[in-house]
Design a protein around this ligand. Structure first.
Ligand SMILES: Cc1ncc(COP(=O)(O)O)c(C=O)c1O
Length: 395
């Protein structure tokens, strides 16, 4: 059939490579897929792993990311989202209903804390916050209506390391209680929460997994296909699915995750050790240092005993010193993110947590002079010169 230009331009050929295959994951940016058979198409509406139908339901590039992170975490199935908060909302909304009770760590990522507060205030979900360092507190908080235990592997900015096996063991005899762990700060390279009894792992892939400050993304990995199905069904309706290009950027970044993580942890340890002896610094919080309250837990849970890529420290000069420090760094950037190849700094008391009263800051474990260093992959001596120079101004 000879076609007219209008038709030819609307129907460019879609190549299906034969005889060779792409080594990199292709970007399937098209949001919709065509079928030859009505029954196959009908089944695709309800299949999380069946033929691709529509990219909100499933997409090959996004699937590649889901499978890659699922393999790293050792899970049964995964789902990728537009952001870490997209993943967290999908898991909470997909698994909870009004009247359910959640036990959550007190020191949570601010966005997660806000969602739980909103679920409590507007949707009748009850939330009990626990310190996260005492398994008996989890046991005491359990109710017949408890459905979720929500933890973070490494907390922000306190760098507390949750004793996942001990905390999760407290709900082991309650199959109706699922354990969800935000593993963003550890990445699957340092910790695989499913091996410690968790049912669901969530990530802000924006951070260590993607690692280059160029994409937002979230992934949830499930220990069972049944729990994945519940969240997937909800998420298709919620519509926070990952965009194929974002998934591709995340996959591209993820290929160097082990190398970046190794360098970030080594840099973080070296900086933590140097900061600990600096006169402008009152205290350093890094799980890789023997003086950290969770050092033994970190050695047991985090691969190679690594303390992660985030160091918090308290400036002796308090709030004003913190502000001076973050404005004085030149190589490191004042930025709200972490897990990037570049080193990023934050002073919660004068930025992200400025609205908190002094008492509320203290309750969250954040000091007036607490600075968070999200350590990158730069050369350690370049980093230290920058930090040392900024410290000299913050005395
Ligand atoms: C531990 C943790 N979880 C979740 C999120 C939310 O991720 P996103 O910004 O990708 O939505 C963040 C963001 O900083 C985080 O630090």
């Amino acid at each position: 059939m000879s076609l007219h230009p209008e038709t030819l331009s609307a129907h460019p050929p879609v190549p299906e490579p034969t005889g060779s295959r792409p080594l990199g994951v292709p970007i399937y940016q098209g949001h919709v897929f065509g079928f030859d058979n009505a029954d196959v198409m009908a089944d695709a509406f309800h299949a999380s792993d069946g033929p691709f139908l529509y990219s909100r339901v499933g997409n090959p590039t996004v699937r590649a990311l889901e499978e890659a992170v699922t393999r790293l975490e050792g899970g049964a199935a995964g789902a990728a989202f537009a952001s870490g908060m997209g993943a967290i909302n999908a898991v909470l909304l997909g698994l909870l209903r009004s009247g359910d009770h959640v036990i959550a760590q007190r020191c949570l990522y601010g966005g997660t804390y806000a969602v739980l507060t909103d679920l409590a205030e507007r949707w009748g979900v009850e939330v009990t916050h626990v310190s996260g360092d005492d398994p008996a507190e989890v046991r005491a908080a359990l109710r017949p209506t408890t459905r979720l235990l929500y933890l973070e592997t490494i907390a922000n900015p306190t760098t507390a390391v949750a004793d996942l096996p001990a905390l999760i063991a407290e709900v082991a005899d309650r199959p109706d209680v699922l354990s969800v762990v935000d593993n963003t700060f550890a990445s699957p390279l340092l910790c695989r929460p499913l091996e410690h009894g968790a049912d669901v792992v969530v990530h802000s892939a924006t951070k260590f997994i993607a690692g280059h400050a160029d994409v937002l993304g979230g992934v949830a990995v499930f220990g069972s296909a049944e729990v994945h199905r519940r969240v997937w069904e909800h998420s298709v309706e919620q519509g926070a699915s990952a965009d194929p290009f974002a998934a591709w950027l995340t996959l591209r970044g993820m290929q160097t995750l082990p190398l970046r993580m190794e360098r970030q942890c080594a840099n973080a340890l070296a900086l933590a050790e140097r900061l600990a002896t600096h006169p402008a610094v009152a205290a350093v919080r890094y799980p890789g240092l023997p003086g950290h309250p969770d050092h033994a837990t970190a050695r047991r849970l985090l691969a190679g005993g690594a303390g992660g890529g985030v160091v918090s420290f308290d400036l002796a000069g308090g709030r004003e010193a913190g502000r001076v420090f973050i404005e004085a760094v030149r190589l490191a950037s004042l930025s709200a993110s972490l897990g990037d190849v570049k080193t990023l700094v934050m002073h919660p008391a004068s930025t992200s947590h400025r609205q908190l009263s002094d008492d509320a800051l203290a309750a969250a474990g954040i000091g007036q002079g607490t600075v968070r260093l999200a350590v990158g992959i730069e050369h350690i001596e370049d980093l230290w010169s920058d930090i040392e120079r900024a410290l000299s101004k913050a005395v």
